[in-house]
Design a protein around this ligand. Structure first.
Ligand SMILES: *[C@@H]1O[C@H](CO)[C@@H](O)[C@H](O)[C@H]1NC(C)=O
Ligand SMILES: *[C@@H]1O[C@H](CO)[C@@H](O)[C@H](O)[C@H]1NC(C)=O
Ligand SMILES: *[C@@H]1O[C@H](CO)[C@@H](O)[C@H](O)[C@H]1NC(C)=O
Ligand SMILES: *[C@@H]1O[C@H](CO)[C@@H](O)[C@H](O)[C@H]1NC(C)=O
Ligand SMILES: *[C@@H]1O[C@H](CO)[C@@H](O)[C@H](O)[C@H]1NC(C)=O
Ligand SMILES: *[C@@H]1O[C@H](CO)[C@@H](O)[C@H](O)[C@H]1NC(C)=O
Ligand SMILES: *[C@@H]1O[C@H](CO)[C@@H](O)[C@H](O)[C@H]1NC(C)=O
Ligand SMILES: *[C@@H]1O[C@H](CO)[C@@H](O)[C@H](O)[C@H]1NC(C)=O
Ligand SMILES: *[C@@H]1O[C@H](CO)[C@@H](O)[C@H](O)[C@H]1NC(C)=O
Ligand SMILES: *[C@@H]1O[C@H](CO)[C@@H](O)[C@H](O)[C@H]1NC(C)=O
Ligand SMILES: *[C@@H]1O[C@H](CO)[C@@H](O)[C@H](O)[C@H]1NC(C)=O
Ligand SMILES: *[C@@H]1O[C@H](CO)[C@@H](O)[C@H](O)[C@H]1NC(C)=O
Length: 847
């Protein structure tokens, strides 16, 4: 057996796509092979007509059901009324009837708002017919999608900072709607009740979404907090893989992930967090008074499909969400001339055009360079960092050696009492042998053991790869220990499980898991050397090893946080599958994503160890993205007119590069022993840095970009014009001022190929008070840098152009990093990270 780099708790949270490619060319099977296709039409979608006026324009050419839903109360709507017979949907039907005259086909969705198109289940030949139609711009084969706090508000300084500025947690986020495309929600969780004492908590008037009513999601599930809930599974159902007993044909969360992410962003404040009978504090979302709209498109048993995800995004935008939070990333790079051209990123571009801030998880594909799984400049990409709370557990052996481990468990009663250690394999009953149960050491069944031996002692069990795979569980081992009246359980790491990072697991009785194979060996050696065996029979006559467990319920706070987690995906941002880098800095920033406590679905099956619990501790960039979605709600509440890029700018320019101890933020760079393989984080690890909620609400200056800029950027990609036309219906002739990614007005500068020199401009707008800024910078290694002007005064509402001159001085193919800082005399500090790769050789100037 080789080494296993398994990070189950993280992998399970990772929602990935499988890009299957475009139209299949096969001739023979063209009438027999049916598949789901996403068809985009040439005519622009509704959002492009409505533009920024989308809120006022609601009801425009929409069906009766939607008009009704503009009332200020969430509505109970039965499934049969889900697809109102809208004008655009009728056009789609008539196109299909005309092109596929008299043939059989199944239309799954009409996309009306962000994309003008539909998902349809047809044969290969029919798909070809559709693609030849004059009205059709693009036909893409659907692809599969895979499912990849109590304290973080304090760590982010919300109670004394951002929340105070917003009038306290009682109003933080009020009036803002966050849409979640995820595995659904458990509406019965107290984190989503609207049982707030205060009367003035209406459903925002700009939101027009509905709540489905089914048996699992009965009428009354929605309230003034959870204001919209739907599910999208047509593609999955068409393929015959939808399992209604596991996946719930409703917005109900049978997994746990969606309930967790929604509560991180917007869960109620002050909800007591009790797991395995222990109280871990009170939970709160980042914007506890914002509203939640759920668009379920991912499922426990199979993941999901792009056709369903696009339908969910389209509906969220049409309903009027302010923010979309996505813990979804592709599991490989989208094929084609650039990563940006895939149906999901294209729908999100339209969403940004409609004024919606889009947050996406960077992916859990780190730590190797270029592992980034979120690509586009209009999307705000969030990596995962640790926060400062640690639950340290340890075991003190009789030989005075202390070994640290994990486990949200109580300690043994009294630190002065030592208990006998008994290895499970030395406590078998008379009928059990290794021969009939080779996994008996995992303590999954108490009937294998002799209670007389174990009773009153600490049971040693082995933590093997089977736990990682969910075949054995901690819960079951604890039940075994309880049945045998053991005092507690000690899990040692099976030597085959190398580099496995363990999340703290809740335990009802004293317990500890020793994650390090080396430490596990130390425990076993002490245990073995303390055994007394019969000289002749070699049978054990006495167990000599003793120990006590100190317990891991009580949190400690580390000054080494935040730290970039090994699994957080890294830059540079890949532009395509041909090794080219995009001139776009990714991730945009990092936020807490490791060991995050948040709400859990009562029927959530994603994590065995938290099954049946109300809260769960999860890790991944999936957890980091909703932290930023919640903070974005606070920014949107404070600055209602901010564009999506202005919100992103406020978050980015104020991010911090320092850990709590004042040193640089570190980045883990290996799966195995990540804390021994770390070095200061670069912008490819953390983008602008670690999110600073207080700073983001008072950024001073803003870097703004709009839809036309993104279109100019897409049109600037070599040979992209036909693809742009296919995906967006827009002609690149209208965007002849092609912008490279480096020239987009982002609060970062990335130059993927510096040839000699480059001049870059940025434009900032002052949204603060009149202020005079002085400009400082540190040049990346191998380049000289100059910014002009080096000092400027800027009045409220004014703009200032900054020109950045970059000269290469060294041949190098490695990226190097720098920063530009704008330091205002009124206290604002604006940070701009810089990355440069000198890719093209040239003659060095002697300057
Ligand atoms: C654009 O779409 C048409 C119709 O589906 C297709 O034939 C063509 O290959 C596409 N072009 C590109 C560049 O993808
Ligand atoms: C939705 O259902 C709840 C609970 O049954 C009911 O009180 C409420 O009147 C219903 N609302 C609508 C709009 O039908
Ligand atoms: C559906 O899920 C149930 C419950 O997990 C399981 O027993 C059943 O075998 C599944 N059905 C299929 C067809 O996979
Ligand atoms: C937690 O919440 C409970 C009830 O909601 C409250 O009584 C308690 O004071 C809170 N504790 C803290 C530390 O905020
Ligand atoms: C155990 O270790 C501690 C410190 O690590 C030391 O102070 C103490 O004397 C040791 N006790 C024994 C019995 O070795
Ligand atoms: C197991 O076997 C031993 C001797 O072979 C016997 O003394 C003991 O009672 C047996 N224990 C049980 C639980 O049957
Ligand atoms: C614990 O004991 C109960 C009651 O005898 C039994 O049903 C259960 O299977 C046992 N659990 C384990 C893990 O052995
Ligand atoms: C246990 O200790 C004995 C001697 O005390 C040694 O022969 C044996 O190899 C050890 N076993 C393990 C697994 O360390
Ligand atoms: C966050 O921003 C605020 C306001 O600019 C500043 O006072 C604070 O020091 C920043 N915190 C960190 C950790 O950088
Ligand atoms: C870059 O090189 C040019 C030509 O050698 C020189 O005039 C300019 O000052 C240099 N700029 C920087 C920022 O070093
Ligand atoms: C800010 O600057 C503008 C333009 O220079 C000036 O008209 C205005 O009076 C200034 N405001 C304050 C509060 O100083
Ligand atoms: C840089 O590369 C060019 C072309 O390969 C070469 O002529 C030049 O000597 C190199 N300069 C340095 C400092 O290595």
């Amino acid at each position: 057996m080789g080494s296993f780099y398994l990070v189950r708790s993280v992998l399970v949270l990772w929602l990935g796509f499988l890009f299957v490619g475009t139209l299949c060319e096969s001739q023979d099977d063209s009438d027999s092979i049916t598949a789901v296709y996403i068809v985009t039409l040439k005519q622009a979608p509704a959002s492009h007509f409505n533009g920024e006026l989308r809120r006022e324009a609601h009801g425009f050419k929409l069906g009766a059901a939607e008009r009704l839903n503009r009332f200020n109360k969430p509505r109970n709507v039965s499934m049969s009324h889900e697809n109102p017979d809208s004008y655009i949907a009728r056009l789609h039907d008539s196109l299909l009837r005309r092109v596929l005259r008299g043939e059989k086909y199944l239309k799954l969705y009409s996309y009306r708002y962000l994309i003008n198109g539909f998902a349809v289940f047809v044969t290969t030949r029919q798909a070809e017919k559709l693609s030849r139609s004059g009205e059709v711009a693009n036909v893409v084969l659907d692809f599969s999608v895979r499912t990849a706090t109590t304290h973080t508000p304090q760590f982010l300084g919300l109670p004394k900072g951002a929340w105070v500025q917003m009038g306290g947690y009682e109003t933080a986020g009020k009036g803002i709607v966050i849409g979640f495309v995820d595995t659904g929600i458990d509406p019965t969780h107290p984190s989503f009740s609207d049982d707030v004492s205060e009367q003035s908590y209406p459903v925002p008037a700009h939101y027009s979404g509905i709540c489905e009513v089914t048996r699992d999601f009965p009428s009354g599930s929605c309230n003034r907090k959870l204001i919209g809930a739907r599910h999208f599974a047509a593609s999955a159902i068409t393929r015959g893989i939808f399992n209604s007993s596991q996946d719930y044909a409703s917005p109900f969360d049978g997994d746990g992930h969606g309930t967790h992410t929604a509560s991180v962003a917007a869960g109620n404040h002050g909800i007591p967090l009790v797991v395995a009978g222990h109280h871990f504090g009170n939970a709160s979302g980042m914007a506890p008074h914002s509203h939640i709209a759920v668009y379920k498109a991912l499922y426990k048993s199979f993941g999901g499909f792009a056709a369903d995800v696009v339908a969910a995004i389209d509906q969220a935008a049409q309903d009027g969400v302010d923010i979309i939070s996505l813990s979804i990333t592709p599991n490989r790079r989208p094929p084609g001339i650039a990563t940006f051209f895939n149906p999901i990123d294209m729908a999100l571009l339209s969403a940004v055009k409609a004024g919606i801030f889009v947050v996406q998880a960077a992916g859990n594909t780190g730590p190797s360079p270029k592992s980034m799984s979120s690509f586009s400049p209009w999307i705000f990409t969030v990596g995962a960092a640790s926060h400062d709370r640690v639950y340290a557990n340890s075991i003190i052996l009789g030989n005075n050696v202390t070994i640290s481990g994990v486990g949200l468990a109580p300690g043994t009663d009294d630190q002065n009492t030592m208990y006998m250690l008994i290895s499970a394999i030395h406590a078998l009953n008379n009928d059990t042998t290794f021969a009939n149960d080779m996994y008996v050491g995992e303590c999954q069944d108490s009937s294998s053991f002799n209670k007389d031996i174990v009773q009153g002692n600490l049971l040693i069990c082995s933590y093997s790869i089977r736990f990682v795979l969910g075949l054995s569980t901690i819960k079951q081992a604890l039940q075994t220990a309880k049945n045998l009246s053991a005092v507690g359980v000690v899990f040692y790491m099976d030597p085959f499980v190398i580099g496995f990072q363990l999340n703290p697991t809740p335990m009802k009785i004293p317990g500890i898991i020793i994650p390090s194979p080396e430490d596990s060996k130390i425990l076993l050696q002490y245990y073995n050397s303390s055994l007394e065996r019969d000289g002749v029979t070699k049978k054990i006559v006495r167990f000599g090893a003793v120990a006590c467990i100190s317990g891991g319920i009580k949190a400690n706070y580390s000054i080494l946080a935040p730290k970039i987690m090994y699994y957080s995906a890294r830059g540079p941002d890949p532009e395509d599958s041909f090794l080219d880098d995009a001139d776009i800095m990714k991730p945009n920033l990092v936020a807490p994503g490791n060991s995050i406590w948040a709400a859990w679905s009562s029927l959530g099956t994603d994590s065995v160890e938290f099954q049946g619990e109300n809260f769960a501790m999860m890790s991944g960039t999936s957890m980091a993205a909703p932290h930023v979605a919640g903070l974005a709600a606070l920014i949107k509440q404070r600055f209602p007119s901010f564009s999506p890029s202005a919100i992103g700018s406020a978050l980015s320019t104020t991010a911090s590069q320092y850990a709590k101890n004042g040193g640089p933020i570190m980045a883990q760079r290996a799966y195995a022993n990540p804390d021994l393989n770390q070095s200061p984080a670069t912008p490819f690890d953390m983008g602008s840095g670690f999110v600073n909620a207080t700073g983001a609400l008072d950024p001073g200056l803003i870097f703004d970009s709009n839809y036309d800029d993104y279109m100019s950027f897409l049109c600037g990609i070599n040979g992209s014009a036909p693809v742009v036309l296919n995906f967006t219906g827009q002609n690149c002739w209208n965007y002849n001022n092609s912008l490279s990614g480096t020239d987009l007005n982002l609060p970062s500068i990335a130059i993927a190929k510096l040839n000699k020199s480059r001049t870059i401009q940025r434009s900032v707008m002052n949204i603060g008070i009149n202020e005079t800024y002085s400009v400082g910078w540190s040049a990346p290694y191998g380049v000289t840098l100059k910014v002009a002007p080096s000092r400027f005064s800027i009045a409220t509402g004014e703009q200032q152009v900054l020109t950045v001159f970059v000269n290469a001085t060294t041949n190098s193919t490695a990226a190097s990093f720098g920063r530009i800082g704008l330091f205002g005399d009124q206290g604002h500090v604006v940070n701009i990270p810089l990355s440069v790769i000198v890719k093209v050789s040239y003659n060095i100037s002697n300057s």
